[in-house]
Write a protein that binds this ligand. Structure first.
Ligand code: FCA
Length: 332
């Protein structure tokens, strides 16, 4: 009897040892972004980390700034044992390459912000995507520009609009075209809206694109400026300053509402950067990471197309709205 009890004890101890030597492996998920230096993507990552803590998975964050880095990052996460990733790609045309490679590595893919494009130039719709309601937010940008333009009582014949564009990217195209549609609907003359193609989505890209329009149209006294995001719009505002325009003659409205916008609003006197549409970084970062986790862990495929909205913030309202949205750390 004693002997038997000892055997059971020994067996139980052995079992315990085996279990403790093989702790349950955490699911690993990659999160690849095109511009890791942009505060929008830093926030997305921060919220994705929060999901990783809440759901006990491991997040592998990689800044993948060009095609080669994307493909390398995919190999890298696969070697580390990841089974899927969320991506905002540096180039939507990488679509077919990303899909093929993901398949060969057995990785699930979900796109955030920018949707991949297939060989036919059309968006790839069979990969789950979470992005903004770009057209609607763009229309709201146009509305905000128009409202402020009316409020300032500027003469329409002396006013031009710079549409800094990036037509290769669906979400950028829809944002900018939405703003143009709003402005023209209110009666802003189409011929006074100037298309300024950007080379890259950052301050410098916006500056260079807008500067050309400003030099070509020296008689215009007031300017409205819009683009795909705050960085680019900030560049446009800097270009007007470089050409000697005062803040009261410039109305610029961006999109994102993150650190770049806060930096402008915080300045001791107003700049031409009038407002920004605050997007939902938490939904984009937390929810996509969580969706990927549930896909891997529970086989639940994310919805194919999810869209989020934005809300206007200005110098007057940004503190209150960012705080209400749990983003008070951006105010520091
Ligand atoms: C794009 C832009 C980002 C952000 C995001 C929602 O990826 O580059 O700045 O606006 O969409």
């Amino acid at each position: 009897m004693k002997w038997k009890f000892f055997n059971i004890l020994q067996f139980a101890f052995g079992l315990l040892l085996i279990i403790s030597c093989h702790p349950e492996k955490k699911i690993k998920i990659g999160f690849l972004v095109k511009q890791p230096e942009e505060s929008w993507f830093q926030k997305e990552w921060e919220f994705a980390e929060q999901a990783a803590r809440d759901y006990h998975f491991e997040l592998i964050k990689i800044g993948a700034t060009d095609g080669e880095k994307v493909l390398m990052a995919m190999d890298n996460i696969a070697v580390q044992g990841a089974r899927g990733f969320v991506i905002c790609t540096p180039d939507v045309k990488l679509g077919p390459a990303i899909v093929t490679k993901a398949k060969s590595l057995g990785l699930k893919v979900m796109c955030v912000d920018d949707r991949l494009v297939g060989p036919d130039g059309k968006p790839i719709t069979d990969i789950p995507y979470l992005g903004i309601s770009a057209r609607k937010i763009g229309e709201n940008v146009g509305q905000a520009l128009w409202d402020e333009f009316k409020k300032r009582n500027l003469d329409i014949k002396d006013t031009g609009a710079i549409a800094i564009s990036f037509n290769e990217l669906e979400t950028a195209r829809e944002r900018v075209q939405g703003a143009i549609a709003s402005l023209t609907k209110y009666g802003f003359p189409e011929k006074q809206i100037f298309d300024a193609p950007q080379k890259w989505s950052d301050v410098e890209g916006g500056f260079n694109a807008a500067y050309i329009i400003l030099t070509k149209n020296p008689t215009i006294k007031h300017w409205l400026i819009f683009a795909m995001n705050d960085g680019v719009v900030t560049g446009g505002v800097r270009a007007t300053e470089g050409r000697g325009f005062k803040a009261e003659d410039v109305i610029a409205v961006g999109i994102n509402g993150m650190a770049a916008a806060v930096l402008e609003f915080k300045k001791s006197s107003a700049t031409g950067f009038f407002g920004s549409f605050l997007l939902q970084a938490k939904v984009h970062g937390y929810n996509t990471a969580k969706m990927m986790y549930e896909w891997i862990a529970e086989g639940r495929k994310p919805p194919m197309d999810t869209r989020t909205m934005g809300v206007l913030i200005t110098r007057e309202t940004y503190r209150k709205i960012l705080t209400e949205n749990g983003l008070e750390d951006l105010l520091k």
